[in-house]
Each structure stands twice: as structure tokens, then as C-alpha cells.
Design a protein around this ligand. Structure first.
Ligand code: ARG
Length: 564
């Protein structure tokens, strides 16, 4: 692929160095004004003339050639036109020669990114509130990996706390292994609810729970066996959902893993004089930074969520030597992350600057079903099942003879749910609606999947031999193809931007633009035709479109069915 920015910078005779000139060149917003634009505002200061005058003067001096065919001065900008037929075939060749991995790069080689995401709690249900952390974290995992980074996916399990003492008491009194095995987390949760119901009338329960929790901490065999049983039930359930979502982890070290790893960082904080006593508890004062104190040790000597996160960050740095450690967690925990990041910074860990809270908004269901106050939790599994069943109905209606319908319904239903968490800038709250996410004509995953399948069916219809014909470049020298190919050509940069901003939505938005541009291209230009040279040129564009849509969806964790 030609480096257009450099070619253009070389043609501008202005008193700035070449790299700076190059950095000012950007894709033009409107194809009719050109393909790349160079603003003269910065030069105005250096050259002490108006941008309009400078643009006129520079334009007159530009030498066009076979790659850069035209230049125009417009309102203080230089607008460059490239050889469009050459540009289109260049981009398409790049995509096709990348063998399905267009947008991959080695920019991250030698660097490590830890991503803490999903991070479920033992004995708690896996509900719609976990969708965003799981979808965004997993997409970032795939995006960073595509850029050559070593990625460590971490499920920081919520597997520590006094609630597990209560769980054991409840289970021993009213629980049953077989029932827990068959009904799963739902059964564990109802035992837990029963504990809280009975506790006011049976104060001895509180004491028993405390004892059992102490036994867990001491490593008592029976206590640990029961805890492991609860853990297995929870994780077995969660893992079936992860499998459906294409989500993987490299580490399941949760809060309890840090039981014996908090003393050292705490001692360091004490040595640095950062810890003060406050009503028997140990805290780091953060008043100077406009935050309440960070509580690290309670008056009874027990540790907190923040203590464990501090120990975890220190351990991860040692273990993985990360360049960045991301925490994909809802914005409700903003303060928690700000506090413990600050504590680590004050402790003198220069890498504290590499910790990033990747915050996101809340998900609610359109019918208001996700109301935690009413206690009716909507399980992620149930949302997936319902989306898949609706997808199955839509497919039965649109394409009743489709082979492998069930598998396609799964890919479409799950993809629709995942995409709903990835389509908008992550900080926005989401109101989830089945009809909206499954709309085949909307800005949705099914729309992308359908467009991709449409490309596949065009390619299939043309037959394998169709590519051998020499391509006629003039068949793809038109505004619709140019628009489509420009979008496709911006995919590698979008992958980098998505990583830099921790925003998978950069990719989802581009995919929607590509699919829409493809559908306009397809309306305007007949791909299958008797003119073999014309057909070959357009088929290449179709292949490139399919390849980028498929790749982009894969980075979001979404499958693209061959046929739909
Ligand atoms: N388990 C926690 C929760 O459900 C999320 C943990 C996030 N990760 C972390 N290192 N704090 O709220």
C-alpha cells in the first residue's frame, strides 16, 4: 500500500519538517472535495500570511504525478486527489493478501496488557449487569492480541468474604448436594436469602457464620471443601455462558488468592508513613486529592476489597510485568479505582500510571425487568436464550430452508446481545431491547452478519474461477466503490484507535458504516455480469468487504455465519 500521507507531505514545499507535515495530512471528510486534506492554519503562524493565501501559493507549486493526480486550494486547505483506481486496488490487495487478518499489526510485540474483566462473584448469579464487562473486556482482549500484545485475561473472582460463612451455615442446615448440583446458583442464592430471613429470630446463626468464616480462613478441610463445592457450581454455570460468548481467561486468581499477599504492600505503606489509624481502622488519607480515606484494615483486623486490589496490582506487576493493566468495571466503582490507584502512586510505584479503569454505563431492560430493588435478577443465560429463540423465528421466516439453522440462530442471537454492549461509547447507559438488537435492517450485529453472508452468496454465485479474469480497474472507479473502499482502508487505524481509547465501539461503528456503504455499492453496481474483467474487479471488492466484516466481528467476539 502506498503511503499517501508521505507522498503528499513530500509535495508540500513549506517551512515545517516532513514528519510534521505528514502528521497534518488527514483523510478528507467529503470525497467530492478530494481524498486527503492539508490545513494551512499552523503554517499561517510560521509564514505570517493568511491560510487562504498560503494554500493558493502551495497549491500552485505542487507537482502532480501518477499517484497524486490533482490538488486544489479551498478555504485555507490543500485538497489532494489520488489516483482512485490505483487506490482502490491497493486497499483491496492489502485486505486480500492479509488472509483474513487485515488490521493486525506488530505494534504491541514485546508488550503485555493485563485485562481484568467479567470478574464474577462466587454463589451469585451471572446476570445482565455482567454483560458489558464481559463483552468489552473480551473484545479488548482480542483487539490487543491482534495488535501483537501479549494479553492476560483475568477473572478476579469475588471469592472472599464473610458471606461464605453464612453460605456454609445455610447449606449445612437446609441445603442438599444433589439439589445444588441440579439447580445451581439459583439454589445457593435461595439458601442465602433464607439465612437472612431466619437470622433475626435465630441470633445463633450469626455466630455460627462467623465461626465458619474463620474456619475458611484457617484452611479447615470441611470449610474449604464446601467452599470449593460452591465455587465449582458457580463456575460451571458461568463457563457455559463464557463458551457461548467466545470469552476466555488466562487467570482465575480472585480475591482469596491474595489472602497471603497483602502484608508486604501494607508494611510498605506503613514504612512510608502513609497509613494512619482512624477509630481503630487503618486508612490512607486522601483528603489532599479530594477523596475520602481509603480503608485498608478494619478495626477487627480484616482486609477489604481495596486491600486485595492493591495486593493484586503489585502481584500482577511482578508476575506479568505489564505495560498496562485494565480494569473493565462499571462506573459505580469509579471512586474505588481512583482511591487505590492513588494509594499505589503515593507508595512510589511508578507503574501506578499504567493502571486504567475502563468504566462503562448501566444496562437495563426495556420492560424494566432488571430492577435489583425488586430483587428480580435477569440472568444473562436467559437473555441469550430468548435472543436466540427470537433469532430462530426470524430465520425460519426469512430463510426456512437454511442449512444449520440452529447454529446460525445461536450465532445471530448471541451476536446481537454482545453487539448491544459494544455499539456505543462504553460510558453510555444502555436500555436493552430484543427487537432493536435483532433488527436485521438496523445498526445491529445481525445486519452486519447478514451483509457478510450476502457477500458470501455473491462470491459463491460467481464461482471459484471468476477471480482469475484480469480485473478492469475502471469498473471500480466510481463514488460508491471509493466510499466503501476508503472505509475498509481505515479499518487498521480503527483497530489501533479502539485499543488506544479502550473503545471497541470504534470498530463497531466502522463496521456499520462499511455495511451501509456496501449495500449502496451493491444497489448501484452489478457485480455478477458477462463482462469478466468488470466482474473480477467488483468481486475483489466484495471479497474484501466480507473479509473485513468477518474480521471486525471476530474482534468483537461475534461469529459471522457463512450463510444466513
Ligand atoms: N467482583 C467485583 C464486582 O462484582 C468486580 C471485580 C472487579 N475487579 C477488580 N479487580 N476489582 O463488583
Amino acid at each position: 500500500m502506498l503511503n499517501y500521507k508521505k507522498l503528499i507531505a513530500d509535495k508540500i514545499d513549506a517551512p515545517l519538517d516532513k514528519t510534521e507535515l505528514e502528521s497534518l495530512v488527514s483523510p478528507a471528510a467529503d470525497d467530492s472535495f478530494g481524498d486527503f486534506a492539508f490545513p494551512c492554519f499552523k503554517l499561517a503562524r510560521v509564514m505570517r500570511q493568511s491560510p487562504v493565501q498560503i494554500a493558493e501559493k502551495l497549491a500552485a507549486a505542487v507537482q502532480t504525478d501518477e499517484h497524486i493526480v490533482k490538488v486544489q486550494a479551498v478555504n485555507g486547505y490543500l485538497n489532494f486527489f489520488v489516483n482512485r483506481a490505483e487506490y482502490v486496488s491497493d486497499v483491496v490487495n492489502d485486505v486480500l493478501s492479509a488472509n483474513g487478518l487485515y488490521g493486525n499489526s506488530d505494534m504491541g510485540v514485546g508488550k503485555t496488557v493485563c485485562i481484568d474483566y467479567s470478574s464474577v462473584n462466587i454463589c451469585k448469579s451471572f446476570h445482565i449487569g455482567h454483560l458489558s464487562t464481559t463483552a468489552i473486556g473480551s473484545a479488548l482482549y482480542k483487539i490487543y492480541a491482534a495488535l501483537g500484545y501479549k494479553v492476560v485475561g483475568i477473572n478476579h473472582l469475588g471469592d472472599y468474604g464473610t458471606q461464605f460463612g453464612k453460605m456454609i451455615v445455610a447449606f449445612k442446615l437446609w441445603g442438599d448436594r444433589a439439589k445444588a448440583e441440579s439447580d445451581g446458583v439459583k439454589e445457593l442464592q435461595s439458601l442465602y436469602v433464607r439465612f437472612h430471613k431466619e437470622e433475626p429470630d435465630h441470633p445463633e446463626l450469626t455466630e455460627q457464620a462467623r465461626e465458619w468464616f474463620a474456619r475458611i480462613e484457617k484452611g479447615d478441610a470441611e470449610a474449604l471443601e464446601l467452599f470449593e463445592f460452591f465455587k465449582k457450581i458457580t463456575l460451571d454455570e458461568v463457563k457455559t455462558v463464557y463458551d457461548r460468548l467466545n470469552v476466555k481467561f488466562d487467570s482465575w486468581n480472585g480475591e482469596s488468592f491474595f489472602n497471603d499477599k497483602m502484608d508486604k504492600p501494607l508494611q510498605l505503606l506503613r514504612d512510608k508513613g502513609l497509613i494512619t489509624e482512624s477509630q481503630g481502622a487503618q486508612v490512607v488519607e486522601l483528603e489532599d486529592y479530594g477523596m475520602p480515606p481509603c480503608l485498608l484494615v478494619k478495626s477487627d483486623g480484616s482486609s477489604l476489597y481495596a486491600t486485595r486490589d492493591i495486593a493484586a496490582a503489585v502481584w500482577r506487576k511482578q508476575e506479568y510485568d505489564f505495560d498496562k493493566c485494565l480494569y473493565v468495571v462499571a462506573y459505580q466503582q469509579n471512586l474505588h479505582f481512583k482511591q487505590f490507584f492513588k494509594v499505589l502512586e503515593l507508595a512510589g510505584f511508578e507503574w501506578a500510571k499504567d493502571l486504567v479503569h475502563v468504566a462503562f454505563g448501566m444496562v437495563s431492560l426495556e420492560d424494566g425487568a432488571m430492577s435489583t430493588r425488586k430483587g428480580n435478577v435477569v440472568l444473562l443465560k436467559d437473555v441469550l436464550d430468548k435472543a436466540v429463540s427470537k433469532a430462530r423465528d426470524i430465520i425460519a421466516d426469512k430463510n426456512p430452508d437454511l442449512d444449520g439453522r440452529d447454529k446460525v440462530a445461536e450465532q445471530v442471537g448471541v451476536g446481537a446481545v454482545l453487539f448491544s454492549a459494544l455499539e456505543n461509547s462504553r460510558i453510555k447507559d444502555i436500555v436493552f431491547s430484543y427487537d432493536r438488537v435483532l433488527n436485521f435492517d438496523g445498526e445491529t450485529a445481525p445486519y452486519l452478519q447478514y451483509t457478510c453472508a450476502r457477500c458470501n452468496s455473491i462470491l459463491e454465485k460467481a464461482g471459484a474461477g471468476a477471480y482469475e479474469a484480469e480485473a478492469d480497474a475502471s469498473a471500480v472507479d466510481n463514488p460508491e466503490t471509493l466510499r466503501l473502499v476508503k472505509l475498509i482502508g481505515s479499518f487498521p487505524q480503527a483497530v489501533k484507535d479502539a485499543a488506544a481509547k479502550y473503545e471497541p465501539s470504534v470498530i463497531s461503528a466502522l463496521l456499520i458504516d462499511i455495511a451501509q456503504a456496501f449495500n449502496r455499492f451493491y444497489i448501484e453496481h452489478r457485480v455478477i455480469s458477462d463482462n469478466a474483467a468488470e466482474q473480477s474487479a467488483r468481486l475483489r471488492v466484495v471479497r474484501a468487504t466480507a473479509s473485513v466484516l468477518k474480521r471486525g466481528l471476530a474482534l468483537l467476539g461475534i461469529d459471522a455465519p457463512e450463510k444466513m
